[in-house]
Write a protein that binds this ligand. Structure first.
Ligand code: BGC
Length: 480
């Protein structure tokens, strides 16, 4: 079998800072983020909210990056996607540094830094960390890979968010993270500063990874997924999502200021939602879930349209919103949904989630056709070019990864060739096994598996297949 993609197609692999950097030296450890605090919290561990695995025992990409980037290169990747750690660069509070803030009504729509403030940001930043990131980026460029940089992949500096106090009482805690408008301003400053410092190295930018997941898993599902701060309040979830949309918009403009000709976009995690029945109630309900999960955020960032009370009617239009250059899709699974129809519970809690048919270790349902479906839908709605920024499988025994990869790439090719959807690249999650948030080291997503004791990387079976596909070579179909 051969799967030929367009000549300029980007094939890559993705990782994130918190999930891979720590584990190789004292310097690799970054302790000043909310996620670091959250996964070390004794009560969280005792209550089983988090695994008890600790990120400082992880991959050590901070020191071993040469090997990992060389492995990406070996696979024929022409790009790598990674993120930087805000809390590592700004471990201390910098709220006092002045920024120009622009409002539209009560909404923050612009944050810029005058020259003096930019200088102050530089002197308040962790210079060693910045220099080290530059070394990594230089190695990526020297290896001939395009650098795809995600500004923010989830951990916040502790001076902006105390996840433990907010878990205990979200009303009284002082450092409320994304619930607080202050975080939008600080993110704007961070984006302005980072683009000034790193633009020279970066080819494609992403502002925020999966704002939808930050909001839903952290503020709607309570302790279910172990995401911080483990709150269950839908109005707070969508306040967070609105703040993330505003933060994206501001950071988009700030990155563009320094990167006029580079693509800057946003990535969300749309899933393929399938109704288990065709009756009108189930269809209507699944439409609602899809709207909240796949569309709410993009309506805000593409059209400036906000639905603040979640009735599927827009009640606010913000003019100063600039649509992103692309939409990133992180596609993992099909979710089969039923409607319970219980009159006494809020509509959204009527969700009936069915178990997976073809399961990953995470018990996610493998469904490659969903990638094609979701890509078509999002392109039709938003008319932006697309990147697949994440797609992968937790598969510790390496039994299904090759089939997963091939089948998703077959669907991707159909989406490009037959449906004519402009998908510009595919990043597999993940290059190496990594720290899976509340689940720690148990979920193995890596094309290269990692022995956390020795830090040795071992290729899974899918490495040789991905290599052949990236190079446009024939591969043996028996691998499926
Ligand atoms: C996140 C990654 C995570 C992956 C697998 C994505 O939602 O961006 O950080 O490891 O899913 O769960």
């Amino acid at each position: 079998m051969i799967l030929k993609f367009p000549d300029n197609f980007i094939f890559g692999t993705a990782i994130s800072a918190f999930q891979t950097e720590m584990g190789s030296s004292k310097e690799s450890v970054s302790e000043n983020s909310d996620w670091y605090k959250w996964v070390h919290d004794e009560n969280n561990i005792k209550d089983g909210i988090v695994s008890g695995d600790l990120p400082e025992n992880g991959d050590g990409f901070w020191d071993l990056y040469r090997e990992d980037i060389s492995n990406a290169k070996y696979m024929g990747n022409n790009s790598i996607r990674l993120s930087i750690d805000w809390a590592r660069i700004f471990p201390d509070n910098i709220e006092d540094i002045y920024a120009n803030i622009k409002y539209e009504g009560e909404n923050i729509v612009g944050v810029t830094l005058p020259k003096n403030s930019l200088k102050e940001m530089l002197s308040s930043s962790n210079q060693k960390a910045i220099e080290h990131y530059k070394e990594i980026f230089k190695f990526i460029k020297d290896s001939g890979l395009l650098l795809f940089l995600t500004l923010y992949h989830w951990p916040l500096p502790l001076w902006l968010h105390d996840p433990i106090k907010c878990h205990d009482n979200i009303e009284t805690c002082e450092k409320k993270g994304w619930l607080d408008n202050k975080t939008i301003i600080e993110f704007g400053k961070y984006a302005y500063f980072i683009s000034d410092v790193f633009s020279k190295y970066v080819d494609i930018w992403e502002t925020i990874n999966e704002p939808d997941i930050i909001a839903s898993q952290g503020y709607f599902f309570g302790n279910l997924f172990g995401f911080l701060p483990g709150v269950s309040d839908i109005s707070k979830a969508f306040k967070v999502e609105k703040n993330l949309a505003l933060a994206h918009n501001i950071s988009f403009k700030n990155i563009k200021k320094f990167n006029k000709n580079k693509e800057v976009g946003i990535g969300i995690a749309p899933q393929y939602f399938e109704p288990i029945k065709n009756d009108s109630e189930t269809t209507r309900f699944v439409k609602f879930i899809k709207y909240l999960n796949n569309e709410w955020f993009l309506n805000a960032t593409n059209f400036g349209l906000f639905d603040n009370n979640l009735d599927m009617i827009f009640d606010e239009k913000i003019e100063n919103i600039v649509p992103p250059d692309y939409i990133g899709i992180d596609y993992y699974q099909r979710v089969k949904i039923g409607y319970k129809g219980l009159p006494d519970v809020p509509y959204i809690f009527n969700i009936d989630l069915l178990p997976c048919e073809d399961c990953t270790d995470f018990m996610w349902d493998i469904y490659p056709q969903g990638l094609r479906f979701v890509s078509n839908e999002l392109f039709e709605k938003y008319h932006r070019p697309l990147y697949i920024l994440e797609n992968g499988i937790a598969d510790a025994k390496d039994l299904k990864r090759s089939r997963f990869l091939i089948d998703h790439l077959i669907e991707l090719k159909k989406t490009i060739d037959e449906d004519k959807i402009p998908i510009k690249g595919y990043y597999h999650w993940s290059l190496i096994d990594n720290y899976e948030w509340a689940r720690g080291f148990s979920m193995r997503f890596g094309l290269y598996s990692v022995d956390y004791n020795t830090k040795k990387r071992h290729p899974t079976k899918a490495v040789e297949i991905y290599k052949k596909i990236c190079n446009g070579e024939e591969f043996d179909e028996q691998y499926r």
